[in-house]
Design a protein around this ligand. Structure first.
Ligand SMILES: [Fe+2]
Ligand SMILES: [Fe+2]
Length: 289
């Protein structure tokens, strides 16, 4: 793939030209895994949901094999041996299977990257945010926040896939806060990873709820309804909790302080920090480190 480092147009030193060049590179990203994308855009609540999910897996034996491998990993060791997709859908549930398929699809991109500290951060922070978002969601009446948490920082992966070492040179630093990190991205590439996330989410055809989290997960300003959704607020909390639990989005100059939860989520045993940290480490281990 052409990278930003090799495709700098004349006038590249101007911020507008830099942004334009980066957007062009992001728009040339390879497509997202087709079967995983179809799952992302399927309703899990329609009467035909089970059949629809099953037919996607029937069209992709490789994804099916990977899914069954994960479904039978120690992560789900207390469950019966999962031998078929129908079995996985029944025992794990549609949302869990969808989130596992998305994790596998993102893993394809991650595995093809050099094993740098930042790619490890992207992977572990995504899984940590997903796990916490799912917990927060289930305590707040939202059943499907794992995938929103998992994908919220994919703008960073988009930067790595499209600009290669250029992004690495900037993101290797330590930052005081997210504003400083985002400023570095704007200076280096003309846009930050949230704006990149919007481009990537559109390019890959992600559903609106994921696009929303990828674009606005660092915004605290009141805005249109999409930016004030409860699911976005929970993913924002999960992202900051992942940072403070030791699964940071970038390298912070100082360890982030514990996140103050809304009253409705305080003193919940499911959200005990040591428990979450251990569960997240198990998730990361089961999904390939
Ligand atoms: Fe982020
Ligand atoms: Fe994040």
């Amino acid at each position: 793939m052409q990278t930003l480092a090799t495709s700098s147009p004349a006038g590249f030193d101007k911020p507008g030209a830099r942004r334009q060049a980066t957007v062009v590179c992001l728009s040339k990203l390879p497509p997202f895994h087709p079967a995983a994308l179809r799952l992302l855009n399927l309703s899990s609540e329609s009467r035909s949901a089970m059949r629809d999910f099953e037919s996607v897996f029937k069209s992709d034996p490789a994804l099916t094999a990977d899914l069954l491998l994960v479904a039978n990993s120690p992560l789900f060791a207390n469950r019966a041996q999962v031998a078929t997709i129908r079995h996985a859908l029944t025992h794990l549930g549609l949302e869990r299977v969808r989130s596992l398929a998305t994790t596998i699809a993102i893993g394809f991109f991650v595995r093809n990257q050099p094993r740098t500290g930042h790619i490890r951060n992207i992977w572990s922070h995504g899984i940590a945010t997903a796990w916490i978002a799912e917990k927060l969601g289930s305590l707040s009446g939202y059943s499907d926040l794992y995938t929103a948490g998992l994908t919220h920082d994919l703008g960073r992966l988009g930067f790595l896939l499209s600009t290669g070492p250029t992004y690495e040179t900037g993101i290797i630093a330590e930052f005081a806060d997210i504003a400083e990190a985002n400023r570095m991205e704007k200076d280096l590439l003309g846009l930050d990873h949230c704006e990149a996330g919007a481009v990537v989410a559109r390019k890959w055809g992600f559903p609106a709820v994921l696009q929303n989290c990828m674009t606005y997960h660092h915004e605290n300003q009141p805005g249109p309804p999409a930016r004030r959704s409860k699911s976005l607020a929970l993913v924002q909390i999960a992202c900051r909790m992942a940072d403070s639990l030791g699964f940071p989005e970038v390298r912070w100059r100082e360890q982030p302080l514990p996140v103050k939860l809304p009253i409705s989520l305080q003193n919940r045993p499911e959200l005990a920090l040591d428990l979450l940290r251990e569960q997240i480490s198990q998730q990361i281990g089961a999904m390939g480190g």
